[in-house]
Ligand binder design. Structure first.
Ligand code: 6CS
Ligand code: FE
Length: 295
């Protein structure tokens, strides 16, 4: 890949995106596992993470431990202030879709963010101490929970939040069972090695819309077809409460709507390397609020 100079911000942007109608696939410029911090992953798991860009665990936490988190998640949704920016409604306006910044608003989730079983995974992959970049619960309510279209989180975090390098990971912890019917997380194995430059620009205060339904910073259909058909297809890890998936910040992922009578409630914790502190957004806009991107 050739680095492209973003003259507006006068920095060299390794991962230029939303710079016109054009789309393109670039090679990743960063390692997948950084450095050599010891941790819970054995060699086989590390190799699979490097190859696939994610790793699924049948039981990261004991299901009984997750009971309390599920109760807390339901309480947060039932008592949520619909006017608060951290509370995102479904695109049809009804139920709560997501609640952000739970590491600050909820003691049980704050404790989860400090749990060594999660933190040590992130430290091992990112090769340094880590800090929270973003947390949220996605509720995917029964029957009405809508899809999340395909995207790379890193694309948004780079363009809109100023995350310089691909050195962050998300852990999606299943609080309810994730089945083929309730819209489990879907990932494209190997997609984390490619940066998909997305077409289009970024509207002012884009996040107000994108968190309900993302329409900018999404890959072109052609780019997606190439990634999926020439790469590893699509996988959707399923599992009960306490199962979890850890995935690289650039792994292409999404999920379909929930057509089942059971909600799909997942907690997402995003760890960033302390050596990857946020800068000015690479898209040149003003930074998004702290509830989306801790600075
Ligand atoms: O804009 C964001 O930061 C978020 N949007 C999506 C669709 N996934 C990751 C993140 O929560
Ligand atoms: Fe995402």
């Amino acid at each position: 890949m050739s680095a492209v100079s973003n003259t507006a911000a006068s920095v060299t942007d390794l991962y230029l995106s939303r710079a016109g109608a054009h789309w393109q696939l670039f090679d990743r410029q960063d390692p997948v596992i950084w450095g050599s911090v010891d941790g819970p992953l054995d060699l086989d798991q590390r190799q699979r993470f490097i190859a696939d860009g994610f790793l699924a665990f049948d039981r990261l936490l004991d299901p009984r431990e997750v009971d309390g988190l599920l109760e807390e998640a339901k309480r947060l949704a039932a008592t949520a202030d619909r006017q608060s920016p951290e509370v995102i409604a479904e695109p049809n306006g009804g139920a709560v879709r997501s609640i952000f910044r739970i590491h600050r608003s909820s003691p049980p989730f704050q404790a989860l963010c400090r749990d060594p079983r999660l933190v040590n995974l992130a430290r091992q992959i990112l090769g340094s101490d880590v800090a929270i970049h973003q947390t949220r619960i996605n509720f995917k309510p029964a029957f009405d929970g809508k899809e999340f279209f395909w995207h790379s989180d890193f694309e948004t975090w780079h363009v809109e939040d100023g995350m310089p390098r691909m050195r962050a990971v998300s852990i999606s912890l299943n609080l309810t069972e994730n089945t083929e019917f309730n819209g489990p997380l879907m990932l494209v194995p190997g997609s984390h090695r490619v940066f998909v430059q997305c077409p289009g620009g970024t509207p002012q205060d884009h996040y107000r819309e994108s968190l309900r339904k993302q329409e900018y910073g999404v890959p072109s259909r052609e780019a997606l077809a190439q990634l999926i058909e020439r790469g590893g297809g699509i996988v959707a890890p399923k599992g009960g409460p306490g199962s979890a998936t850890i995935f690289d910040c650039n792994t292409m992922h999404g999920s379909v709507g929930n057509l089942s009578p059971s909600p799909r409630i997942n907690a997402f914790i995003v760890f960033n390397s302390v050596e990857n502190a946020l800068e000015a957004p690479f898209g040149g806009m003003r930074p998004r609020p702290e509830f989306l991107a801790e600075r």
